[in-house]
Ligand binder design. Structure first.
Ligand code: NAD
Length: 313
């Protein structure tokens, strides 16, 4: 039979592309419940879904930060049946910690961590009862490796990795599978929102040196990295579909081969010194060469670098 797939945060980016790709599955294996906070933002999705809209793909309102919204959405589904839950909704946050209010930080955790917990709490009991289901989370390489000036975002993704790694063991007993997708940089509104945000903000509370390192050292490197290594949301959607269709889905699934060696650094030196110093050198000593380096790396990742990442085809 057809699998019911519920996806959060489908008005843009990765969520939108996953929803459309699954709805357009040639074998028509999925009924996609594409959810978003505000249905006023449905036009891009509806257009991309084309004639699958209303057939293979239906819309629902869902705010991952609201108990009521989550309960209402899941209760409205026939038999509360969700075979595949894709936790995609998430928000970013960059900048010096000194200039970020506790409320802003809590908002990131409320969405990226508690949002996922809230969804899993609502859907998991039914999956356990049915002895079947697949829970996926769009995490990030920043859920495996901390990145300078992304302190809080990275922490929110680490929190989720820890939560899911713990839960995965118990769920296995109930034949429920858990999979994390860890993309590197992806070209979506995420990136645009970050750059726009930074140009508007003043960063009160942070000293001039820190603001300088953030705006003039970190930010240009980050934009270069996005330019050289950014993947498309469609690529991430393809990887996600492949994980759903795998007969034995893996727990961790990085989508970008470059990040395998970076994450491997922390396993190569369990004291953490290697990672911290490698990132220090990359940012402060290698900064001016970043552009050249990134183009070399881009060439390396064109397919000749063997690594245990997944690709959409
Ligand atoms: P995006 O901003 O286009 O998409 C995020 C979506 O989540 C948006 O549609 C937004 O409206 C929605 N959302 C935010 N708060 C919500 C809430 N409370 N309830 C429901 N929906 C909510 O960016 P994206 O890149 O497509 O991000 C999708 C996921 O991918 C996020 O979890 C993000 O952390 C992760 N990710 C992104 C990148 C990247 O570089 N873009 C890299 C790694 C991981």
């Amino acid at each position: 039979g057809q699998k019911v797939v519920l996806i959060t945060g489908c008005s843009s980016g990765i969520g939108l592309r996953i929803a459309v790709m699954l709805a357009k599955d040639e074998k028509k294996r999925y009924h996609v419940i594409a959810t978003m906070r505000d249905l006023k933002r449905k036009d891009k999705l509806v257009q991309a879904a084309g004639d699958t809209y209303g057939k293979m793909l239906t819309l629902q309102t869902l705010d991952v930060c609201s108990d009521e919204s989550v309960k209402q959405c899941i209760s409205s589904i026939k038999d509360r049946r969700v075979d595949v839950l894709i936790n995609n909704a998430g928000i970013g946050l960059v900048g010096p910690v000194e200039s970020i209010s506790m409320d802003e930080m809590k908002k990131v955790f409320e969405t990226n961590f508690f949002g996922v917990v809230r969804m899993i709490k609502e859907v998991m009991p039914d999956m356990k009862k049915r002895r079947g289901g697949h829970i996926l989370v769009i995490s990030s390489v920043m859920g495996l490796q901390g990145v300078v000036f992304n302190d809080v975002y990275s922490a929110s993704k680490f929190a989720m990795e820890g939560f899911c790694e713990s839960l995965a063991v118990q769920l296995l007993k109930f034949n429920v599978t858990m999979s994390m997708i860890e993309p590197g940089p992806v070209h979506t509104e995420f990136e645009a929102k970050m750059v726009e945000d930074v140009s508007k903000k003043e960063y009160p509370g942070a000293d001039p040196d820190t603001v300088h390192y953030f705006k003039n050292v970190y930010l240009p490197s980050s934009i270069d990295i996005f330019e050289a290594l950014g993947q498309t949301p469609d690529h991430i959607a393809g990887c996600t579909k492949k994980v759903i269709e795998s007969s034995r889905p893996r727990f961790r699934n990085m989508t970008n081969p470059l990040y395998t060696p970076i994450v491997a650094l922390k396993h190569a030196d369990e004291t953490g010194g290697l990672s911290v110093h490698a990132f220090y050198n990359l940012l402060f000593n290698f900064g001016p060469l970043m552009h050249v380096t990134m183009n070399m790396i881009k060439c390396l990742t064109c397919g000749c670098l063997r690594s245990p990442t997944i690709s959409p085809t």
